[in-house]
Design a protein around this ligand. Structure first.
Ligand SMILES: [Zn+2]
Length: 317
């Protein structure tokens, strides 16, 4: 078997042309995934030995010691896929490099796949976009809820249009600017929904800026300094007192209405929030190719996603 080598520091393309040249076929895609999955060299999952595997096919590796077969895609978001790796890679490229990403409908047209294939790839990538080891927000944080959806087909608001509550946390930089964001679709604006969210996404010792809503009252017990702006008494509209949350909330709504034509159902809302967060938190990344590589790194580090998850919504921890 040939050893797989990627040039250090430039192991990702930076343009679509570079992408096409780098990944002409499934073999090139598989070799890239092997490198991302075993950056320190292959380790046999059965006998745990560090060995140079035989390659029975592009995607099938064999341990020369115990003869255990491993699929490159096993245990990743590509598990048991019938979609060619070249299609997956092209989807990853568009999702990570297009300014606003792509809806399943646009991806279907761009790749020439079936809608279901495009939707499945997007849903699996959205789960991969969550970095489980990501660091908590710190410093000055704004936290507030916003309402998403409720626009019926044809754009008519009104009866029967159910809105979803999303809580947003964002780092505020001094003297100006915003840092990273986290979001969660919550069933209600109760203390039981809001306080655990803040505890999960925010480092203790941070200053948490909220409005006067009583459900946030418990925050000080968890080591946060709470700064309260009571809307009615400050006289400021929301975009003045909570500029970060206001900004993210309007970008999110514009993205859902524009890129996705507003067609986000509540059971999939968290997946969309994760995609928005992934892109927002990398908005200053100078390299589109690096974001693409990061997405694939996450894709091989994320476990299989079932058809049930794809259809009915991923069960977020
Ligand atoms: Zn082995």
């Amino acid at each position: 078997m040939e050893s797989i080598s990627l040039v250090a520091g430039r192991d990702y393309p930076n343009t679509y042309r570079g992408f096409v040249e780098m990944f002409p076929d499934n073999a090139a895609c598989a070799a890239y995934l092997i490198k991302l999955r075993w950056p320190q060299g292959f380790i046999c999952p059965a006998c745990k030995t560090s060995v140079i595997p035989w390659q029975a096919s592009h995607v099938r590796l064999v341990c020369p010691l115990c003869r255990h077969f491993t699929y490159v895609s096993a245990g990743t978001i590509f598990d048991k896929t019938r979609t060619p790796l070249t299609t997956w890679f092209e989807a990853a490229w568009h999702v990570s490099t297009a300014k606003n990403g792509m809806s399943a409908k646009t991806l279907e047209r761009t790749l020439g796949t079936k809608y279901r294939v495009a939707w499945t790839m997007l849903q699996r990538f959205r789960v991969a976009m969550v970095d489980v080891e990501r660091h908590q927000l710190s410093g000055n944080i704004e936290v507030d809820e916003t309402l998403i959806g409720g626009v019926k087909r044809g754009g008519k608001r009104g009866r029967g249009a159910v809105k979803s509550i999303v809580v947003i946390a964002i780092e505020i930089k001094e003297p100006v600017g915003f840092g990273r964001v986290r979001m969660r679709h919550i069933p209600d604006a109760s203390s039981a929904s809001l306080v655990p969210f803040v505890c999960d996404v925010t480092a203790p010792g941070s200053v948490v800026h909220t409005d006067g809503w009583g459900a946030y009252n418990g925050l000080s017990e968890y080591g946060f300094t709470r700064r309260v702006t009571v809307q009615s008494s400050s006289g400021d509209p929301a975009h003045v007192s909570m500029p970060g949350v206001h900004r993210v909330s309007s970008l999110l709504k514009r993205w859902i209405l524009g890129t996705h034509q507003g067609s986000v159902v509540p059971e999939h809302l968290q997946s969309y929030l994760e995609e928005f967060t992934f892109r927002f938190n990398r908005r200053t990344s100078g390299s589109r190719g690096l974001v693409f590589r990061r997405l694939l790194e996450r894709a091989v580090a994320t476990g299989p996603i079932t058809e049930r998850d794809v259809t009915h919504g991923y069960k977020w921890g």
